[in-house]
Ligand binder design. Structure first.
Ligand code: GLN
Length: 496
């Protein structure tokens, strides 16, 4: 797909100078959503009136001299992040009608820099999935029900956008306008859809962005990040939203990290941070990817780094390759099963007529409003942490997680960054997804779960195509090396 949209930074310059009207741009992008969302389902909540109202208010302030690093930039928000007054359901029927009374910190920081919030993007229910097919929230446009459709890949509507941030990546690829998506990853939900839709993405170090206002999937794994048309765009949004927040005790003070500009560790295209950079290719992971064409495209892209002076070498990460998926799913499901206990038809969203005792009522609500995958994860997660099984499953997975992190540490004592395909496949057809067992779904996350389990920052860029479908390259760095990760990704994006 041809990219005709202005990079966000350039757009902001033009809006600040009065050469581009933020309001007119906003009208155009809203028109595009109205025209295309009924087919593609990238937004599950969109209300043109409220978007235009924000843009009109901003336009008045711009005339009075308001400036900001995201001045007039339309930002879409993954459904799991709370936005004041906008139905926020994290892709689930069980949150139908829930309208938060506050903004998630990440969204608020974007708004403070002049961003316009476009709407809520579709996702797998609570982030439970890799293809966005586990979406159970109805699509609402201007107060109207548009049914319940999964987001479709703009490159081929018969294929998945990936997941769980499917709507975010799908719309980033579809739009002809300047836009950046705020997304979330627990085990790969940013890297996967970005890869399937040919977009750039950043999943930061765990804690770099506040989780306040994020509807939790698994607290020790959830990270807010960005998807967009270029590394420059996602680096800009991350730079705006990151930083310590008193409302999230796991958020980090990251003032010293440089993410943008022309510094050694920053995201620029010149490639000057890349010379002499050591890049590791994990051999066991590469061996376990069956699709040779996908590997070929990614390795060719890595050769471009060598031409810029990087030193590429093989590294060994057998434990992450062998145990990553099992450890991730045990921990993620255990945490998810406790997080989902609060949805019982009393406090948020979906409710029924109060009947029977509390057990009967909660069961009736949860049976009706949770999807099949959410129920599977509640049962498996509860089982893994039940007394009698906890030592064998949950605690053992926690110990294994520590081992997997040490393996990363060892590798990062030898190389600066690790690079490999983001997904072992290209975007599958919905007819192929239907045939997969739950275990086959989980196995598709082979490449993304290790970095997510270890809380390591990772960026993805489009490396090229296999049979006309995009293939993503994933660059992983050590904790707080987000700038280095973005820098390599920026110097490799586009081109050959
Ligand atoms: N596919 C993974 C899962 O289902 C990751 C999802 C995510 O990062 N939210 O858990």
């Amino acid at each position: 797909m041809k990219n005709t949209a202005l990079p966000a930074q350039r757009f902001v310059e033009l809006v600040s100078r009065g050469d581009v009207s933020a309001l007119e741009h906003c009208h155009n992008i809203c028109e595009e959503i109205e025209k295309k969302n009924k087919k593609f389902h990238h937004f599950n909540f969109f209300d043109k009136k409220s978007v235009i109202a924000q843009a009109e208010a901003l336009e008045k302030e711009i005339i009075k001299g308001r400036r900001g690093r995201l001045l007039g930039v339309p930002v879409s928000v993954k459904d799991c992040l709370c936005i004041k007054g906008m139905e926020s359901r994290t892709g689930s029927k069980i949150l139908s009608g829930y309208k938060p009374t506050f903004n998630a910190t990440a969204a608020q920081r974007a708004i403070d820099e002049g961003a316009i919030i476009l709407g809520k993007t579709s996702q797998d229910e609570f982030g439970f999935g890799t293809f966005s097919v586990n979406h159970t929230a109805d699509i609402m446009m201007g107060g109207e029900h548009i049914g319940n459709g999964v987001p479709l890949n703009p490159l081929d509507a018969g294929r998945s956008c990936g997941g769980s941030s499917g709507g975010a990546a799908g719309f980033a690829a579809l739009t002809e306008h300047t836009h950046i998506a705020l997304a979330e990853s627990t085990g790969g939900s940013i890297a996967c859809p970005a890869s399937f839709c040919g977009m750039a993405s950043i999943t930061p170090t765990y804690g770099l962005v506040s989780r306040y206002g994020l509807m939790d999937y698994a607290n020790s794994l959830d990270k807010v990040g960005a998807i967009g048309k270029s590394i420059g765009d996602v680096a800009l949004l991350l730079d705006v939203v990151r930083g310590r927040d008193e409302r999230d005790s796991t958020s980090l003070d990251s003032q010293k990290i440089e993410l943008q500009g022309t510094g050694k560790n920053s995201a620029d295209k010149s490639g000057h941070g890349v010379k002499n950079m050591k890049i590791g290719i994990p051999s066991e992971l590469m061996d376990s990817i069956e699709n040779k064409k996908v590997k070929g495209v990614v390795l060719k892209k890595i050769e471009a780094a060598e031409r810029l002076g990087a030193v590429v070498q093989e590294v060994s990460m057998p434990l992450n390759t062998k145990y990553g998926v099992s450890v991730y799913y045990l921990i993620a499901m255990a945490e998810a099963s406790t997080n989902l206990a609060k949805y019982c038809g009393m406090r948020y969203g979906f409710a029924k007529k109060l009947e029977g005792n509390f057990n009967e009522y909660f069961s009736a609500v949860r049976s009706e409003a949770f999807g099949e995958e959410a129920k599977r994860r509640i049962m498996l997660g509860t089982f893994a942490r039940m007394s009698g099984f906890r030592d064998a499953y949950y605690l053992r997975a926690m110990k294994a997680r520590t081992k997997l992190i040490s393996e990363f540490r060892q590798v990062f004592s030898k190389v600066d960054l690790i690079a490999h395909p983001a997904m072992p496949i290209t975007a599958p057809r919905f007819s192929e997804i239907e045939k997969l067992t739950p275990l086959e779904h989980y196995a598709a996350d082979l490449c993304t779960v290790p970095a997510n389990l270890a809380g390591m920052p990772h960026a993805t860029i489009n490396a090229g195509e296999v049979d006309g479908l995009p293939v993503g390259l994933m660059v992983v760095g050590y904790h707080l090396d987000d700038g280095k990760v973005l820098s390599l990704a920026a110097s490799l994006e586009g081109g050959q």
